[in-house]
Design a protein around this ligand. Sequence first.
Ligand code: SI3
Length: 288
Amino acid sequence: MDINGSVFAAMLTPMNDQGDVAPENVGVLVDHILSRGVHGLYASGSTGESVLQSREERAAVLTALADHAAGKTTLIAHVGAASTREAVALAELAGEKGYDAVSAVPPYYYKHRYEDIVAYYKAIADASGLPLIIYNIPALSGTDLSTDKLLELMEDPRIAGVKYTAQDLFQFGELKKAAPEKKLYFGTDEMFIGAAAAGADGGIGSTYNLIGDIYLAVETAIAAGDVDRARRAQRIANDFIAILLRAGVVPGLKHCLNQLGVPVGSVRAPFSPVSVEAAKELDAWMAS
Ligand code: SI3
């Protein structure tokens, strides 16, 4: 089973002003994202505030997304969790709901043995029956899988590839060289140009909720060998990301989308809404 497309938004989770999940607003957000040409959605991941939610809340968001968009665009369900049991329950749901693939961060908080991480991924693959993308995000998951271990995991034919949210373009290139048939998606938006030049199969990121067309432009320009054009597009993204990093990525993106009339609501504590100063900076960027 192939995973169609290359540019995917790591979808925000719409909430109300109190930080309760609002699955009824998933459709509006998805339509907005797709209107900019993005190829699909990666739901219930870091940008989706998933680790702050219960299994039931995550299931409600994944269900709303599938009901709105399954069969119309590529859908990837992030099902990673601290416990295999939670991840498997969400993986089963993704399989039932018509998702195209599942993805999972390694089990977090405890420092698990590599063998137990392998068993966790096998259980997720068994439960979903879908291609599985390893979500490599060492800075947040606490697990830094070596190149050899990532390649070993990818020997399982059910593992379709890696979503690589780190900054090591050398390791990224080594993975692509050793496993050219696997999908390698890059997850550090501000460095997408480098990954595209290094042979990425695409990108998955938070800022694609708002400016997904920019990453399509970078990808297209690199494929055409037009580095100047790629650089100009990446510059647009990075001017925004610099502001966003000051504001807080998830609160900042939610602020911008709410300003555009896409009702994504507030964030869940301990996240807090953007400050007045950050809101002004973001509004000025959007106006420009
Ligand atoms: O699962 C997800 O929400 C992601 O894909 C997250 C994504 O990789 C983001 N990285 C982190 C650490 O959250 C990036 O899109 C990131 O927000 C962006 O590059 C700005 O630094």
